[in-house]
Design a protein around this ligand. Structure first.
Ligand SMILES: *[C@@H]1O[C@H](CO)[C@@H](O)[C@H](O)[C@H]1NC(C)=O
Ligand SMILES: *[C@@H]1O[C@H](CO)[C@@H](O)[C@H](O)[C@H]1NC(C)=O
Ligand SMILES: *[C@@H]1O[C@H](CO)[C@@H](O)[C@H](O)[C@H]1NC(C)=O
Ligand SMILES: *[C@@H]1O[C@H](CO)[C@@H](O)[C@H](O)[C@H]1NC(C)=O
Length: 380
């Protein structure tokens, strides 16, 4: 059932998913993705797949040495029962050979060391840049933004035995995974999710935290008043000089929030290492998955993080990835562990395809390429 004879680690039609959320508020379409890169989509000018491909030169055929990952993209069809997911950790073993194959294959499309952030030397203040997902519009690199661009990649020379990528699903509640998550060599978290009140279940440590610009209006009221600014500043202080990763160049609408955030960081001399993903990252990630026949229009932040982590982590452990409204026992699961946001996982209105992503990740889990934890952690 593999498309090519080479290293097929996905044997056939299986299902996967991912997480993102979508809401309709005051007649504007807000696509809110906890794990997703785009929080605010005012005018979703979607680029056709072919266009995106031509732009990034990703039309190549599979080369020798690549692997093929076959997943049935029919999202409604899951070849597994949610009940089977509760003890996935039992007997799981990492397959180092496969991990190396995937790392090499991802490297043909992107190098996390380079694509994780644009660098100061790539721009000067006043430069005009096209939005990644809306090529007709441009924005200016402000002085403020320029001064916060890193001089070297925050992932330069990085390499870890084990990493955690933490999604924000409510499946983490009562998981008691905090200790285990914090024990990894590098911990990646999504969208500035709150930690302190949930430390038992999600942990506290963070080496790399993503923040979609839409978090600013959605969670911090646009940072209009003192109280909102204080609470935001306190959250950034918890980052303790780790990386704050802001997808600032995706679509028009977010740049004013990014500017306010950048100004606050400078004004209060906050200890965070800001990073802003390269203009090609999302297309490259998409291209990588497409060669494995996984057609994901907009990879979620969680999938982006996994894909990048393949570069510098040997064992990648995923927590809080669960794009279903119920757990394996039939109990309700919140979309986010920390708020009441609702999301229709199977809706085609949103930009993400979380069930397909999950199906993919689950297949990778069963092959030992990554470890998905979707139930309680039993930390010895
Ligand atoms: C995917 O699954 C659906 C639903 O079971 C099935 O009808 C379809 O034939 C499958 N597609 C492939 C390519 O296996
Ligand atoms: C590890 O993955 C490789 C590549 O997919 C495969 O050939 C090999 O059989 C796997 N090893 C084990 C122990 O499963
Ligand atoms: C990365 O490693 C190279 C070679 O070991 C070294 O010269 C360089 O200074 C390192 N860079 C950083 C930022 O650590
Ligand atoms: C902050 O970072 C330093 C250096 O990495 C680390 O030693 C310290 O434990 C961290 N503090 C907290 C509260 O996480």
């Amino acid at each position: 059932m593999c498309a090519s004879g080479e290293h097929s680690f996905f044997s056939s039609s299986h299902t996967c998913s991912r997480c993102v959320c979508e809401m309709w508020l005051t007649r504007k379409r807000w696509t809110i993705c906890t794990i997703s890169i785009l929080l605010i989509v005012y005018k979703t000018t979607d680029i056709g797949r072919n266009e995106a491909h031509q732009r990034t030169g990703l039309t190549r055929k599979s080369e020798p040495g690549s692997f093929r990952l076959m997943v049935n993209s029919s999202e409604k069809h899951f070849s597994f029962d949610l009940r089977d997911l509760s003890d996935m950790g039992v007997g799981w073993k990492s397959n180092a050979t496969l991990v190396t194959i995937i790392r090499k294959d991802v490297l043909r499309f992107l190098d996390a060391e380079r694509d994780v952030s644009v660098l100061k030397s790539s721009f000067k203040p006043g430069d005009k840049v096209r939005y990644v997902l809306d090529r007709r519009r441009t924005f200016d690199i402000s002085q403020t933004l320029h001064s916060l661009l890193p001089e070297v990649s925050p992932l330069k020379n990085k390499s870890f035995k084990t990493c955690a990528v933490v999604g924000n699903s409510g499946v983490l509640l009562k998981s008691r995974c905090g200790k285990e998550i914090d024990s990894h060599g590098f911990v990646i978290r999504c969208n500035l999710a709150p930690l302190e009140e949930f430390a038992d279940d999600v942990g506290l440590r963070s080496d790399f935290t993503t923040m979609n610009p839409s978090v600013i209006p959605r969670v911090y009221g646009g940072l209009q008043d003192e109280r909102q600014r204080d609470s935001f500043i306190r959250r950034l202080q918890q980052l303790n000089n780790s990386v704050l990763w802001i997808p600032a160049f995706m679509v028009k609408g977010g740049e004013r929030h990014v500017e306010i955030v950048n100004e606050l960081i400078l004004k209060h001399k906050l200890k965070v290492r800001t990073a802003y993903p390269s203009l090609r990252l999302i297309h490259a990630v998409r291209g990588f998955w497409l060669t494995n026949k996984i057609n994901i229009k907009r990879p979620s932040t969680g999938l982006l993080m996994y894909t990048m982590a393949t570069r510098f982590c040997d064992e990648i452990h995923l927590y809080g990835f669960w794009p279903f409204p119920k757990d394996g026992k039939g109990n309700p699961v919140k979309y986010h562990y920390y708020d009441g946001l609702k999301y229709r996982y199977f809706s085609s209105a949103g930009p993400h395809r979380m069930p397909l992503e999950f199906k993919t990740l689950k297949t990778l889990h069963s092959k030992g390429a990554l470890k998905l934890t979707t139930s309680e952690c039993t930390y010895a």
